[in-house]
Design a protein around this ligand. Structure first.
Ligand code: AOF
Ligand code: ZN
Length: 362
């Protein structure tokens, strides 16, 4: 009981790093001695001190003989910062309570075994599910080297993302919109197809205070993004990558002059090879990506197997008619051919409902 209580405090601390620590995980730590919290900390920023070192630095009394609660297995390697195992051993901590296992191949159980070999008692898997939930994107990225992709859309209860006249603003209410903007801060990149740029001319920035903007990625096979589009003219606010199959550098120039980056990606079935694009973004330490449509890109993304999670915001409205649906393309031939999703987690947000499911790999 006591263990869950302190681990939940550590989880709350870890959450403060949301959106700032990528591509690192969110991690929180609490140090308890004689039933009293003597130090606490969390990972604040990639390249900054890890949670354990921040908690040790926060200690008012010597940590010797204390218990350290940490949401993720302590690291044991020299990365951007030195190993946390060294600091824990030096501090004289005698007991360690851990939430998640760290699948980083540099750690992967070694952190815990080093600490055990130094006589520290280690208790594993405390509030594991809650700790794992914090870092689904980190776990994916550290093992696959590609971003964790979240396909997000807002639709009516009759499954439309626009009216038959093409109008889509707004489907969901202000609370749902705020939720989406929190995710734009949380995830490292945001991606849309050229169709969305042409119809909506979106900014794709995060409109909340004290938050950061994601890297904006446009899938533009034939390099047809208008030079006057907001994502081209606002590179002073947020970075833009235009992913294309066009190699002609003369056609790249005006976009480069506007401050965009061009990423030439191999072609697959006359489109951008989305898996290749994810690999290239992974090389750039993009650990997570919010896919915001449109339907054609969503279908290609599902088909290429890059989508990890679906977030469907459903508004209590009906549009009827021939308005667009969230996933376009040809579609599957038979119900048995459907993309399978996990049992959804359902959250009421204002008047709307958010359904979240993992994509079950086929
Ligand atoms: C922890 N506590 O707070 C974090 C950990 O390059 P570095 O030095 O920042 O190390 C990053 C790796 O360390 C990361 O991939 C993960 O395995 C671990 N992150 N570990 O014990 C922390 N942020
Ligand atoms: Zn560490």
């Amino acid at each position: 009981m006591e263990e869950i209580y302190y681990m939940r405090l550590a989880i709350e601390l870890a959450r403060q790093g949301r959106g700032w620590v990528n591509p690192n995980p969110m991690v929180g730590a609490v140090i308890v001695k004689h039933g009293k919290i003597v130090g606490q900390g969390f990972h604040k920023k990639c390249g900054g001190l890890h949670a354990e070192r921040n908690a040790l630095a926060d200690c008012q009394t010597p940590a010797a003989g204390a218990t350290l609660y940490v949401t993720l297995e302590p690291c044991c390697h020299h990365g951007r910062t030195p190993p946390c195992t060294d600091a824990i051993i030096k501090s004289g901590i005698s007991r360690l309570v851990v939430g998640s296992f760290d699948p980083n191949p540099m750690v992967a159980g070694k952190g815990i075994s080093i600490l055990r070999s130094h006589g520290i008692e280690v208790i594993e898997n405390v509030a594991k599910e809650e700790c794992d939930k914090l870092n689904e994107s980190f776990f994916h990225y550290i093992q696959n080297k590609t971003p964790y992709v979240v396909m997000k859309y807002a639709m009516t209860m009759d499954g439309k993302i626009a009216t038959h006249t093409g109008r889509s603003q707004w489907i969901t209410g202000s609370e749902a919109l705020k939720h989406v903007h929190e995710d734009r801060h949380r995830y490292s990149a945001i991606m849309v197809g050229l169709g969305t740029v042409l119809t909506d001319d979106p900014m794709l920035t995060c409109r909340l205070e004290n938050r950061k903007n994601p890297l904006r990625v446009i899938c533009d096979t034939n390099l047809r993004t208008p030079l006057g589009a907001k994502i081209v003219t606002t590179t002073n606010i947020a970075s833009t990558i235009i992913a294309t199959t066009i190699m002609d550098t003369n056609r790249h120039r005006p976009y480069l002059e506007a401050g965009c980056e061009i990423m030439v990606i191999s072609q697959k079935d006359n489109h951008i090879d989305l898996f290749n694009l994810m690999q290239r973004l992974g090389e750039r330490q993009i650990d997570s990506l919010l896919l915001e449509g449109g339907g054609t890109l969503n279908w290609s993304a599902l088909q290429s197997g890059i989508v990890n999670k679906v977030q469907a915001y459903v508004a209590p409205k009906l549009f009827g008619g021939s308005g667009k649906t969230p996933v376009g393309g040809l579609g599957v031939d038979y119900p048995e051919g459907a993309f399978q999703l996990s049992k959804p987690v359902i959250t009421q947000i204002g008047d709307d409902v958010l359904l979240e499911s993992e994509v079950i790999p086929c």
